[in-house]
Design a protein around this ligand. Structure first.
Ligand code: 5AD
Ligand code: SF4
Length: 453
C-alpha cells in the first residue's frame, strides 16, 4: 500500500484567498494528498500569499523561509508559494528562498497538478505566473473542504480594472473578468445540497459583475441565486461606491434573502485625497449613496475600509476622514496605514507621511470608530434577531450565564452580520433561530433563544 501523503495549506489575506485555498486543496485531494493541520506531517506545503500591504507579504516570506528545504520523516517536503506575492515577485522569490520548489501565480491553479508532478519526478523548480483569460472552474469537493460550515464564500469574478493608485490588485490579479452565471449557480446548488445555507459572493468590485462579458448584471445574478431553495442568505463583498447602483439598493430592499449588510470602502474622507487615489467619487457623492441606501434600507449595517497616511495627507485631510466617520457612524471599519506597494503609482507620489504620524492617525481613527461599533452593538440589545447557526462557540462563557445541562454554547450571525453567542440544545448548523439579544460586547452579542421555529 502506498504511504499516505499529506498537504498543509497556510492562507494569508482576504476571503478570496480562503476560497482559492479550497480549490488548491481540491486539486491536491484529487492527487491523493490528505489535508493536514500538522506541519510536521506534511509532504507538501502551500503558502497562499497576500501582497496588499508589506506586512502580509513579509509574513509569507518568513513562513516559507522556515519551511523550504525541510525534511519530514527523512523525505523532502515540496514547498509552494501561491497567490499574489508569487504573481508579483515571480522568479525573484527564489533569490530570497533558494530551497523553494514552486512559485504559482494567481491564475495558474489549473496547472498545479502538472507542476507538482514535475517537481516530484525531476526535482526541478517551477515558476508559473502566466495570465489566463478563463477563470479556473472546479466544483466544490466535500472530501477536502473544511467540514460543517453553514456559510461559504463563492468567487464570482476576479481581477480589477479600477487602478486605485495605492493598490497592487490589478497587477497581481489581472484584468477584471466574471464567471459564467450558470457555473456560479451550479456551484451554489452543490453547496446547498451539502448543507450550506449562506453564501458570500466575492469579487474586487462585485457591482461591475458581468458588464464586460454582457452575461447579466449583479442584481440579476442575485435574483437567480435567491431562487435556489436551499440557500437562505446571500451576502457580497466588495462593492465600489462609484458603481453602487440604485438597482442594487432596490434588490437589497426587496429580496428577503439578501442580507442587510453592505461593505462599501470609502478609503478617505478628503475629496482631494480620493482624487489622488483615483477612486472616481467625491466624499459628498459617497455620503449621498449612503443616504439613499439608508432611506431605502433603514436597517442596513454598514462597514468600510479606510487608509490613513496616504502620501501628502494633511491634518485637514485626516480631520475630514474623522468627520466622515462621525457623520456616517459605520457598524464596523477596517482601517489601514498606507503601505508602499511595488507597481502601484502612489509609491512614486511625493509627500510621504512618517511612520509615527501614520500610527498616531490610525490609532486616533480606530479609537473613534470603537465608540460607534459599541453603539451599534448596544442598539441591538432588546431586539429579537434572526441568527443563522454556524457552530459551537470557540470560547465558552464562564460563571454567571454559562450554558448548563445539555445546552451548548453556539455561535451564529444576525442578518446584519453581527456575531451572536447563545445557549441552545437540539439545533443543527444552518438552522435560523430567533434570538433575543441581551448583552452587547465590543465585537459580539449575547442572547437567548426567544422563539423556536
Ligand atoms: N496600503 C494600505 N492599505 C491598502 N489597501 C489596499 N492597498 C493598500 C495599501 N497600499 C486597503 C484598502 C482596501 C483594503 C482591502 O486594503 O483599504 O480596501
Ligand atoms: Fe484595489 Fe481599487 Fe481594485 Fe479595490 S477597486 S481592488 S482598491 S484597485
Amino acid at each position: 500500500m502506498k504511504p499516505r501523503q499529506y498537504a498543509y495549506i497556510y492562507t494569508i489575506g482576504c476571503q478570496m484567498n480562503t476560497y482559492d485555498s479550497e480549490k488548491i486543496s481540491a486539486v491536491l485531494g484529487s492527487m491523493g494528498y490528505e489535508k493536514t493541520y500538522d506541519l510536521d506531517l506534511a509532504d507538501l506545503v502551500v503558502c497562499n500569499t497576500c501582497s496588499i500591504r508589506k506586512k502580509a507579504q513579509e509574513k509569507a516570506f518568513s513562513f516559507l523561509g522556515k519551511v523550504a528545504g525541510r525534511k519530514n520523516n527523512k523525505k523532502d517536503v515540496i514547498t509552494i508559494m501561491a497567490g499574489c506575492v508569487a504573481q508579483q515577485e515571480g522568479e525573484n522569490v527564489f533569490k530570497r528562498i533558494p530551497n523553494l520548489d514552486m512559485v504559482l501565480g494567481t491564475q495558474a491553479f489549473s496547472q498545479l497538478k502538472t507542476h507538482v508532478n514535475a517537481v516530484r519526478s525531476s526535482k526541478t523548480r517551477v515558476t508559473d505566473i502566466g495570465e489566463h483569460e478563463q477563470i479556473f472552474e472546479l466544483m466544490p469537493d466535500f472530501s477536502t473542504l473544511e467540514k460543517d460550515k453553514a456559510s461559504r464564500f463563492v468567487t464570482i469574478m476576479q481581477g480589477c480594472d479600477n487602478y486605485c493608485t495605492y493598490c497592487v490588485v490589478p497587477y497581481v490579479r489581472g484584468r477584471e473578468r466574471s464567471r459564467k452565471p450558470e457555473n456560479i449557480i451550479r456551484e451554489i446548488e452543490v453547496l446547498g445540497d451539502n448543507g450550506v445555507r449562506e453564501v458570500t459572493l466575492l469579487g474586487q468590485n462585485v457591482n461591475s459583475y458581468g458588464k464586460k462579458e454582457k452575461v447579466c448584471s449583479f442584481p440579476e445574478l442575485l435574483e437567480k441565486i435567491s431562487r435556489i431553495d436551499t440557500i437562505k442568505r446571500i451576502r457580497f463583498a466588495t462593492s465600489h461606491p462609484k458603481d453602487f447602483s440604485d438597482d442594487l439598493i432596490y434588490a437589497i430592499r426587496d429580496n428577503e434573502k439578501i442580507c442587510s449588510q453592505v461593505h462599501l470602502p470609502v478609503q478617505s474622507g478628503s475629496t482631494r485625497i480620493l482624487k489622488k487615489m483615483n477612486r472616481g467619487y467625491t466624499c459628498q457623492e459617497y455620503v449621498k449613496r449612503i443616504e439613499k441606501l439608508r432611506k431605502e434600507c433603514p436597517d442596513i449595517a454598514l462597514s468600510s475600509d479606510m487608509i490613513v497616511g496616504f502620501p501628502s495627507e494633511t491634518e485637514t485631510d485626516f480631520q475630514q476622514t474623522l468627520d466622515l466617520v462621525k457623520d456616517i457612524e459605520f457598524d464596523g471599519l477596517f482601517a489601514f496605514s498606507y503601505s508602499h506597494r511595488p507597481n502601484a503609482p502612489a509609491s512614486k507620489f511625493s509627500g510621504e507621511i512618517d511612520q509615527n504620524t501614520k500610527m498616531a492617525r490610525l490609532n486616533h481613527l480606530l479609537e473613534i470608530q470603537e465608540t460607534f461599533t459599541s453603539k451599534k452593538n448596544q442598539a441591538c440589545v432588546g431586539r429579537c434577531e434572526s441568527v443563522l447557526v454556524e457552530g459551537r462557540s470557540l470560547k465558552q462563557r464562564k460563571g454567571n450565564g454559562q450554558c448548563i445541562g445539555d445546552m451548548h454554547q453556539m455561535t451564529g450571525r444576525t442578518d446584519s452580520g453581527k456575531i451572536v453567542h447563545f445557549c441552545a440544545k437540539d439545533i443543527s448548523l444552518g438552522d435560523i433561530l430567533e434570538i433575543n439579544i441581551e448583552q452587547a460586547y465590543p465585537h459580539s452579542l449575547w442572547g437567548s433563544v426567544c422563539d423556536e421555529k
